[in-house]
Design a protein around this ligand. Structure first.
Ligand code: GLU
Length: 284
């Protein structure tokens, strides 16, 4: 089976060095594995997506010399796929409606109680057993206790490193509590879409930043509930520059396009991020 990698940026801003690192690492590992590399535009958030950011993603990645295989998938064109997956969870009683506002959640939160890995207090359960007024806009949350029973714990996911070594990790989705799977403003969420898309695109290797590592526990649970294969995961560290120092935040968040305008070449960017110059990278 040919390994399938993907780079999946959200078009709500310009790509910076952190994105470049992730994209270059995906490209390097796909190349080494003799695999393919797909591009997915994660644009479920219509309020934050801008067409000029989508255009900039293509331009910047092209400038960096990264070539993608196959068609570009845009999440905004796949809402029916996410709804089908949600319907399956709903039919098993694993989703519930929640009309709580941010202010209501903040008021109900116990600051000394458990928090999710992103630092938000776990959902206090307000709407879990009491359906909200149907006139109020609602999100749909996963009923975590029922979901872990339905999936059958323990669940594991496979981590891999740059040398190809693999290790099994225990998934602990409960640390997310009753997470939102369909938002109030958008009929899906990052978690639901990413799991459905990785499966639809046949992704076998997910390479993304450490900031998303904890979400993999929830993604693994959704894969089990939906009967989807689980890719292997590499969550890379924050990027280092060529001297092995952590890149300063200001350097890191400067858009790629500004580096280019300031005269940096694609190879300068590659070198800064610890990758071989393009001329020495095999052509995809
Ligand atoms: N779209 C996400 C981001 O730009 C990445 C999602 C993923 O790689 O799973 O942060």
């Amino acid at each position: 089976m040919i390994p399938v990698f993907r780079f999946a940026p959200s078009p709500n801003g310009l790509l910076h060095l952190g994105h470049a690192y992730s994209a270059l690492l995906n490209a390097e590992l796909a190349e080494k594995a003799g695999g393919t590399l797909l591009l997915r535009i994660e644009d479920i958030d219509a309020g934050r997506t801008r067409p000029e950011f989508v255009a900039a993603i293509h331009e910047d990645l092209d400038w960096l010399g990264i070539r993608f295989d196959g068609e570009v998938r845009r999440q905004s064109e796949h809402f029916p796929d996410y709804e089908r997956a949600a319907a399956r969870l709903r039919a098993r009683g694993l989703l519930f409606r929640c009309a709580c506002t941010r202010a209501e959640l903040a008021a109900a939160a116990d600051p000394s109680g458990p928090h999710d890995p992103d630092g938000s207090p776990l959902y206090p359960g307000t709407c879990r057993h009491v359906p909200p007024d149907p006139a109020r806009p609602f999100a749909e949350r996963i009923a975590m206790d029922a979901a872990t029973v339905a999936a059958g714990m323990p669940l594991h996911w496979t981590a891999f490193d740059r040398e190809g070594r693999e290790a099994e990790r225990l998934a602990d989705p409960s640390r997310w509590g009753d997470a939102v799977l369909l938002r109030k403003d958008v009929p899906t969420s990052y978690h639901l879409s990413v799991v459905v898309d990785d499966a639809s695109q046949g992704v076998t290797h997910v390479v993304r930043g450490k900031d998303l590592e904890a979400t993999t526990d929830l993604h693994r649970l959704l894969q089990a509930l939906l009967g989807l294969p689980s890719p292997r995961y590499l969550h890379h560290d924050l990027i280092l520059d060529d001297a092995g120092e952590k890149l300063a935040k200001s350097r890191m968040s400067k858009p790629l396009r500004l580096w280019r305008e300031d005269g940096a070449s694609p190879d300068d960017v590659r070198r800064m991020l610890g990758f071989a110059p393009q001329s020495r990278m095999p052509r995809r």
